[in-house]
Design a protein around this ligand. Structure first.
Ligand code: DGT
Ligand code: CA
Ligand code: CA
Length: 579
């Protein structure tokens, strides 16, 4: 299931998310929730809102879940004028770069409001200034520690500046590839660069095309819906800036060079330098045009042929980082990477019991449609009050509800199973916030740290170790706590985590959301130590089950094979993996 990207829906969704943020900062209650809900619905709506409006006016808009008269009028305004007056007024009242400020770890709406009211902070630059001048610590509710954390958050943001999350970019890039591939002038097309290697973050998107009529392709490319600027337009290369702020390069190539160009522009640069060196050693020359022996081109049409010409088997794009893949290829020891089709279920999924969007059955149905054999419902538990965490009584009630769903499937002769787990909290002392006798009843237990993440390493390791040694804890959720572009990992000793995982049989999670945690190099270390992993999406609504592919690419970047990942197993085998 490829996510349907509809530009206008996406734009409106973004605006409503922003309105929610602004209102929250302004201290308005309830309304932010309503806007966020509509934003989420629009984000995943298959039909174009413009179309819906054209066909049925305000009334039809009101039939979209969560859309009331007021919001429908807003959508109408946007469709007519490209603006929503209410939104413009809010922005005038609070002239803040809310998007940017909210990215700073340890800054929420309440603190942003105080910083604006007290110190006039409107953007990241002004924030950095007041933090560095130590004006933040004295503010009510802040203090030295918060000030230091904000500074740390700011430094972290700078590191990833100008890069974009793969989860945000790939659907848009694919949409463009899809549109281009429908042109009769396009003979072949592929993504290249970091998006083909599925890096966590993307600098710019690279697309390669084979065409005999480049001018037609380029004309279409620079006029695509969503193009904000055209940096360059030529017959072999064009470059655009998309509305979302990232750039896309399109290169048009002759067919005979397509494979060589694909190899070259997929990168990484380090991988290319290494492959070129091997070519030189063999008396060959490798470039983006082909592989040459003297003046004669001996390969270039297909990527496989380029590798073959330098004595290597095909190397999967996710491995091309010059991290040992060339040596492994030479020795015939490349891993047989896990694939998306190997995944049989997803065990980190939230339902509407903890404030997620969808019912247990809706989540199950979606998983079934994806071809899965099982889904695990793992709602938050009671310590996480903001996430409506379930207490013991509610968990037991949910247990019965899941039993009923399974019975219903059985009656309908549907071979699909809903497993019952939870995402319990690892408290500061390493204990779990749910009683053992309840945890014992569940098919599995995921445990994760969600609070007090800035502990000293020794203390943090003691905490995690205790949780992993808990006989009811089967899976360690997002084991290092990092969030791409937002938050560094907490203070941990990963070797120690691997050792404890081995001793206790605790499974490490590869979280497919914007956490992408474990990171690729940790996955590789876990694999080498024989520690089992599970790829989960951490879905809070059914559409997010599609995030699985990002966890799979992360696993592939970490050289993981099917046998390293437990949710490739059929359900009976899977259950045997738990303590
Ligand atoms: P990004 O855009 O920063 O996420 O990363 P990439 O890998 O997409 O880098 P990009 O867009 O600058 O270039 C695409 C590919 O082109 C890159 O992965 C390898 C190749 N390439 C670019 N510049 C060089 C270079 O100076 N030498 C070599 N050998 N390859 C290069
Ligand atoms: Ca790129
Ligand atoms: Ca590029």
């Amino acid at each position: 299931m490829v996510r349907c990207v509809n530009m206008r829906n996406q734009e409106l969704s973004k605006i409503f998310f922003q309105i929610a943020d602004y209102l929250e900062i302004d201290g308005v209650s309830f309304k932010p929730y309503a806007y966020r809900k509509v934003a989420m619905v629009l984000e995943n709506l298959k039909d174009d809102v413009g179309e819906i409006y054209r066909n049925g006016g305000i009334k039809a808009l009101c039939e979209i879940p969560g859309v009331g008269e007021g919001i429908a009028r807003g959508i109408e305004e946007y469709l007519k004028n490209g603006k929503i007056k209410h939104f413009e007024e809010i922005k005038k009242k609070l002239p803040l770069k809310v998007d940017d400020l909210l990215k700073v770890e340890s800054l929420g709406p309440r603190k942003i409001k105080i910083l604006y009211r007290e110190l006039g902070v409107k953007n990241l630059k002004e924030l950095e200034k007041v933090v560095k001048a130590h004006k933040v610590a004295p503010l009510f509710g802040f203090g030295e520690k918060t000030e230091a954390n904000i500074l740390q958050g700011l430094e972290f943001l700078k590191k990833d500046k100008g890069r974009f999350l793969i989860q945000e970019i790939l659907p848009i890039a694919r949409d463009v590839v899809n549109k281009l591939s429908k042109l009769k002038e396009v003979d072949e097309i592929s993504l290249a660069g970091s998006s083909r290697r599925r890096k966590e973050t993307i600098g710019d998107v690279d697309i390669l095309v084979v065409s005999k009529k480049p001018s037609k392709v380029m004309d279409f490319f620079v006029k695509l819906d969503g193009v904000e600027k055209v940096w360059a337009k030529g017959s072999t290369k064009s470059s655009i800036r998309m509305r979302e702020g990232f750039d896309m390069d399109l290169r048009v190539l002759p067919r005979e060079s397509y494979g060589a160009a694909l190899q070259y522009f997929t990168g990484s640069k380090e991988h290319n330098i290494a492959t070129r060196k091997i070519a030189i050693e063999k008396g060959l020359k490798l470039s983006e045009y082909g592989i040459f022996k003297g003046e004669k081109m001996i390969a270039g049409r297909k990527e496989e042929d380029v590798y073959k010409a330098i004595g290597l088997p095909y190397i999967e794009p996710e491995l091309r980082e010059n991290e040992g893949e060339i040596g492994a290829a030479q020795k015939g020891q490349l891993p047989k990477l896990i694939e998306k089709k190997d995944i049989k279920g997803d065990l980190h999924c939230h339902s509407n019991w903890d404030g997620g969007e969808n019912s247990i059955e809706e989540m199950a149905q979606t998983a079934m449609n994806m071809g899965y054999e099982y889904i695990g419902i793992s709602d938050h538990t009671k310590f996480l009050k903001i996430e409506n965490g379930l207490d013991e009584k509610q968990i037991l009630k949910q247990h019965d509800a899941i039993k009923k769903v399974n019975e219903k499937f059985k009656k309908q002769k549907i071979k699909f199973r809903v497993l019952h787990g939870c995402e319990a909290n690892i408290l500061n002392d390493g204990s779990i916030d749910i009683k053992d006798e309840v945890l014992e009843k569940l098919d599995y237990v995921i445990a994760g740290a969600h609070s007090t993440l800035k502990m000293e390493k020794k203390e943090m390791m003691k905490r995690i170790e205790k949780a992993m040694r808990n006989k009811n804890v089967d899976i360690l959720a997002h084991p290092t706590g990092r969030i791409v572009g937002q938050r560094d990992e907490y203070q941990i000793d990963f070797d120690k985590i691997l050792q404890i995982a081995k001793e206790t049989g605790t499974i490490l999670e590869i979280n497919s959301s914007s956490r992408l945690d474990l990171r690729d190099f940790y996955i590789r270390r876990a694999k080498n130590e024989g520690v089992k992993m599970i790829i989960n999406t951490d879905s809070h609504r059914k559409e997010q089950l599609n995030l699985m592919e990002y966890g799979v690419s992360q696993a592939r970047r970490g050289w993981a094979e099917k046998k390293n990942i437990i949710n490739t197993l059929p359900v009976e085998e899977l259950l045997k993996q738990f303590k």
